[in-house]
Design a protein around this ligand. Structure first.
Ligand code: CTP
Length: 435
């Protein structure tokens, strides 16, 4: 069994000083109110595994909202509370947040067992959770600070690196746990216990997952695809027969595996460029998984999964537009004529990063891959040196011609035909002279 001292040592070693101080402060507020306070769940799991996790979840044996409000008043924080659930979020002035929950005090074994009520209610609270590894708690109150509470053999499972449910109905109660099991297994490099895996297979066979709404399914899928190594999670989803919940025709064939490997390669390459172009990494994998779907099927899938309306429109439209533009580029590079940089730029410029990366992975033409790569690494950041004001000085009346002239100048620049501001001005003069 882990000693309080050892937990404190882990805290001192792995947590920022301020976090440990906050944990002590939480315990002190608990002492003042005579409430028992625990850090619980993923935070404790990750602390023991030496993984950085700043999401502190606190459970209070009693009125969690009163606790949060008292703490906030003492430390200059704000509180957002949900009376209905007995939960609150403590928000520090710098935005740091702590989630506070209340254990259900109505849980009494018998009046005679009153002293054990608080312990029991924490136990009940933890028993409702998904996997043993998420059921650890650390006491935060003064004397007992750092005491590890392990009702369900979580520490043993952490050590043997096993994902295990607490009871047989876990996946029936909440089918999203099937995906959570996969996510934790892959992320932590654990193994889903044999019996737990059988329960998953059973839940799939008994069609419990059909009850899951599209929105929840998408949320779980997105989380798997956002993990560092999404391919492992996809592989596990495939072996458990879960890919069909995205679309019945999706299978992990050797061709799909190849496409996913290539996607991973392209995504890693892109991330290493450290370009300041935010994008949704999960969508690139999602597009690859859906590459065999027709436009209609893809739209249907996005609708069923409740992809946010504006994002869905963009994804569906751009996927289609991307097919068209990339096919045109493929035809062009296959022909003998040289493709100018400006052509690459103006072809690709309207497409989102997600769609470009998807096509970079998908295209069989090395030359098309090179074009997209060049677009990201060089072309996309290029601008004309002259601006609207320069055109005004040259006597051009403001209007649509501005855009055309600036694009023209940009083309010259992209193709290496205008290296300086003077070159650009000369070019504009030439064009205007010829008008
Ligand atoms: N939980 C659960 N069943 C779910 C979702 C969550 O039992 N379907 C429980 C888990 O035990 C988890 C806690 O609620 O520890 C908080 O959920 P969440 O923040 O999603 O889990 P973390 O373990 O913090 O996961 P992550 O590290 O991915 O944030």
């Amino acid at each position: 069994q882990v000693k309080s001292r050892e937990v404190e040592a882990l805290m001192n070693k792995h947590l920022p000083k301020r976090t440990t101080a906050i944990l002590h402060d939480l315990g002190r507020t608990g002492d003042q109110l005579d409430l028992t306070v625990y850090a619980v769940g993923g935070f404790v799991r990750d602390l023991l595994l030496d993984i950085q996790n700043m999401d502190i979840d606190v459970t209070v044996d009693g009125d969690g909202i009163l606790f949060a409000e008292t703490f906030a008043a003492q430390f200059g924080c704000r509180v957002k509370s949900h009376q209905k659930f007995g939960t609150a979020v403590i928000v520090f002035p710098d935005g740091f947040k702590i989630d506070v929950a209340s254990t259900r005090l109505e849980y009494y074994v018998s009046p005679g067992a009153l002293p054990t009520v608080e312990r029991s209610s924490l136990k009940m609270d933890l028993y409702r959770r998904d996997f043993t590894v998420n059921t650890l708690a650390i006491a935060l109150n003064g004397e007992s600070f750092g005491r590890l509470i392990d009702y369900f053999g979580a520490y043993r499972d952490l050590q043997s690196r096993v994902i295990r449910v607490l009871h047989n109905l876990s996946f029936v109660e909440d089918p999203t746990r099937v995906f959570r099991a996969i996510r934790f297994e892959q992320r932590l490099n654990f193994k889903i216990a044999k019996h737990t895996e059988d329960l998953i297979k059973n839940a799939v066979k008994m069609e419990f997952l059909e009850k899951l709404g599209g929105r929840r399914l998408l949320s779980e899928l997105v989380q798997i695809l956002r993990e560092k190594e999404p391919l492992k999670g996809i592989g596990r989803m495939a072996s458990l027969g879960l890919l069909r919940f995205i679309h019945p025709s999706i299978e992990l064939t050797p061709a799909m595996q190849g496409a996913l490997d290539e996607t991973r390669y392209v995504v890693s390459w892109f991330d290493l460029l450290y370009l300041e172009r935010p994008y949704e990494r999960w969508s690139v994998y999602f597009l690859t998984l859906c590459e065999g779907l027709s436009e209609e099927q893809f739209l249907g899938t996005c609708t069923r999964l409740a992809v946010a309306e504006h994002y869905k429109e963009r994804l569906v439209e751009m996927r289609k537009e991307g097919e068209r533009l990339i096919a045109a580029l493929e035809r062009k590079v296959a022909g003998s004529e040289k493709v100018e940089n400006s052509e690459i730029y103006f072809t690709l410029r309207g497409l989102p990063v997600e769609v470009l990366l998807y096509h970079m992975a998908k295209s069989r033409s090395a030359e098309v891959k090179r074009c997209i790569s060049l677009y990201f690494t060089k072309l996309d950041g290029m601008h004309p040196q002259i601006r609207g004001e320069d055109l005004k000085e040259l006597g051009v009346a403001p209007g649509p011609l501005y855009r055309e002239l600036l694009d023209l100048v940009l083309s010259a620049r992209l193709n290496g035909k205008a290296a300086s501001r003077e070159d650009e001005i000369r070019l504009v003069r030439e064009v205007l002279g010829g008008v």
